[in-house]
Ligand binder design. Structure first.
Ligand code: SAM
Length: 293
């Protein structure tokens, strides 16, 4: 419904050809609309400002519109933004699966496009589990899991001080202080210093570091346990992105001397030309002592 409206507004302002490049790249985060820069040219800043003004005028739930003009980048996985219309405010409250998240789109990673993945993982969490979320951002996976399932503890790590600050606030906002433990720091160091052999499940929602940090995910497991490894996979014609993902994770685990079983893999979302975010769900069955270092 929202998509159809966005499409209609973009078409009315820009005409069909240009609108096609814009409407599918609009995300609604709380009362903020974010237009991600189109992959191809043909749409200029003035075009986007006209669409943005129309969004604010016609959709009362949108108070502010921003252009995300850089890709997600840097260690904190944030973007550069230009304000296009409405209130020049980048902080909002985003609601997902009945949980509330205060975020600043300029300071923390946030996308509604992980919506299904957040609830999928939450539903896999069994009562009493200890979960380590190595790359937690503003706390979406951790808090949704805490609200929807009954984990004992979710250790929720992020290296970005702003993400940590919002995560602490979101834990309070959703009343899961007794379950979610926000931790500021580098996930590898945090695991080494305080989370060795504690977890039944580890989440690794940062494709750029997933394979490098896999040894720490394995260290965090207290025995048999599940790791959810998110990857970015380029798939040239004739290749299968899920098979490639499973192979990459398998090779990394074999190198650690770990017995494992892939229990699932799925396409999460497109992130570039012939490039997908994927997730591999893997059960680690046994770990050699040497792998624990
Ligand atoms: C893709 S975002 C996480 C998204 C979040 N899980 C969600 O669903 O909204 C990746 C996060 O990893 C954090 N990060 C990057 N390097 C890290 C590290 N070495 N240790 C811990 N967190 C890290 C970034 O600050 C960023 O918030």
């Amino acid at each position: 419904m929202a998509n159809r409206l966005l499409r209609r507004i973009a078409e009315e302002v820009l005409g069909g050809e240009k609108a096609r490049l814009v409407w599918s790249r609009i995300d609604i985060i709380g009362d903020i609309a974010v237009i991600k820069r189109p992959f191809t040219g043909g749409v200029d800043l003035e075009d986007l400002k006209r669409v943005a003004a129309e969004l604010v005028r016609r959709l009362p739930y949108i108070k502010s519109v921003w252009l995300a003009y850089s890709p997600v980048e840097g260690p904190y996985k944030t973007r550069e933004f230009i304000h296009l219309a409405g209130e020049p405010r980048s902080e909002t409250v985003y609601v997902e699966h009945g949980c509330r998240f205060r975020v600043d789109i300029r300071r923390v990673f946030i996308t509604p496009r992980l919506n299904y993945e957040h609830i999928r993982i939450a539903r896999l969490v069994e009562p009493g589990e200890v979960v380590v979320n190595m790359f937690a951002g503003a706390g979406l996976f951790s808090i949704i899991a805490a609200c929807k399932s009954r984990p004992r503890t979710v250790y929720s790590i992020d290296v970005n001080p702003d993400a940590y600050r919002f995560m602490v606030e979101n834990v309070r906002l959703n009343r899961v202080e007794d379950v979610v433990v926000p931790i500021l720091g580098d996930a590898a160091r945090v695991v080494e210093e305080r989370l060795v052999r504690v977890a039944d499940r580890v989440l690794m929602p940062l494709p750029e570091l997933a394979l490098e940090y896999l040894p720490y995910a394995v260290k965090a497991l207290r025995g048999r346990g599940t790791v959810h490894v998110y990857l970015h996979v380029h798939y040239p014609r004739g290749t299968d992105p899920l098979k490639t993902s499973e192979r990459l994770v398998g090779e990394a685990l074999k190198a650690l001397g770990v017995r494992y079983k892939v229990v699932g893999s799925r396409r999460v979302r497109p992130v570039g030309p012939r490039t997908l975010q994927t997730v591999v769900d893997v059960v680690v069955e046994s770990v050699k002592e040497e792998a624990l270092g």
